[in-house]
Design a protein around this ligand. Structure first.
Ligand code: HEM
Length: 264
């Protein structure tokens, strides 16, 4: 093996890696379709006084039809989640992805570091000569560099957790809203009312999270603008791996180095 082989020679910037395979892309597309349908057929119930919804559901039976579509999309969403669940248990790739998605202490530190880096306050104080000796003893607090991420960064992990937690809440509350008789048999009326309130507010929260946060991270973030195409073709280049997921890049380099080392 050539000891002088550098990382970039082992993983070229123009090399193409598979970040999302076909099954993962299909799960993501199904999530987009079902989530959008559920939002479009659910929010008109929360904001029924808005003119746009009144005119959209002006014809007879339109509201009834909306309810049917909502339920059909809910069943498809649950089926998709079950598929993802089984995929994460029974396939090696699914298990690997899931393991990489588990939040660690390092993610909290990364979030803190990214926040400090973006705000830039400590660097400003240091420049002004404030707390100089503290910062010299503890340079981390200057947040000079951005954190380095592995396969999934803390934002992606948080979004995944949000989808998991949000889906659980929507499925549980939606189930009892669908089966009112069962719900009233099991719980007092006020509990059922809470299901309706939770279902409505969690829907608004999820909608805002996707529109503001997810859209920023995958579209408007200057690092990926105009759009990360991973969800369409599943591909990521060596350059993107090196700049966006440097720890995963490092692991890939190490693996290749090992593969090139003659076994003793
Ligand atoms: C992320 C997924 C979902 C979103 C964004 C969503 C959104 C909504 C919203 C905003 C409402 C109106 C709540 C209100 O009246 O205050 C609603 C109603 C309802 N949802 Fe969902 N929902 C989702 C998933 C589900 C699931 C998984 C089920 C079933 C298991 C379900 C069943 C229902 C039912 C039965 C209603 C009652 C009214 C109707 O549509 O006829 N929803 N949903």
């Amino acid at each position: 093996m050539d000891e002088n082989l550098t990382a970039s020679e082992l993983v070229r910037d123009d090399e193409v890696f598979l970040r999302m395979n076909f099954a993962e892309r299909l799960q993501h597309i199904l999530l987009i379709v079902t989530f959008s349908t559920l939002i479009l057929t659910g929010l008109p119930l929360v904001f029924y006084e808005l003119k746009i919804f009144k005119s959209l559901f002006a014809f007879e039976k339109a509201f009834y039809f909306r309810g049917l579509v909502h339920r059909a999309a809910a069943v498809l969403m649950i089926a998709n989640i079950l598929w993802h669940f089984l995929y994460s248990i029974f396939t090696a790739r699914g298990r690997h992805n899931f393991k990489e998605m588990i939040p660690k202490w390092r993610d909290a530190r990364d979030a803190f570091q990214a926040f400090g880096h973006n705000i830039g306050l400590t660097g400003f104080l240091y420049k002004k000569g404030l707390l100089k000796s503290f910062f010299e003893r503890h340079p981390f607090w200057l947040f000079r560099t951005e954190p380095e991420f592995g396969r999934y960064n803390f934002i992606e992990k948080f979004e995944y957790l949000g989808v998991a937690w949000g889906s659980l809440i929507m499925i549980a509350s939606g189930f009892f809203m669908w089966n009112v008789e069962l719900s009233l048999k099991l719980f007092p009326l006020w509990v059922h009312d809470i299901f309706i309130i939770i279902h409505g507010y969690e829907a608004i929260l999820a909608f805002l999270t996707i529109i503001i946060w997810h859209m920023y991270n995958v579209h408007f973030n200057p690092e990926v603008f105009p759009m990360s195409r991973v969800w369409l073709n599943g591909r990521i280049t060596g350059h993107e791996l090196r700049t966006l997921h440097p720890l995963e890049y490092g692991k890939t380099v190490e693996k290749r180095k090992k593969a090139l080392t003659p076994s003793k």
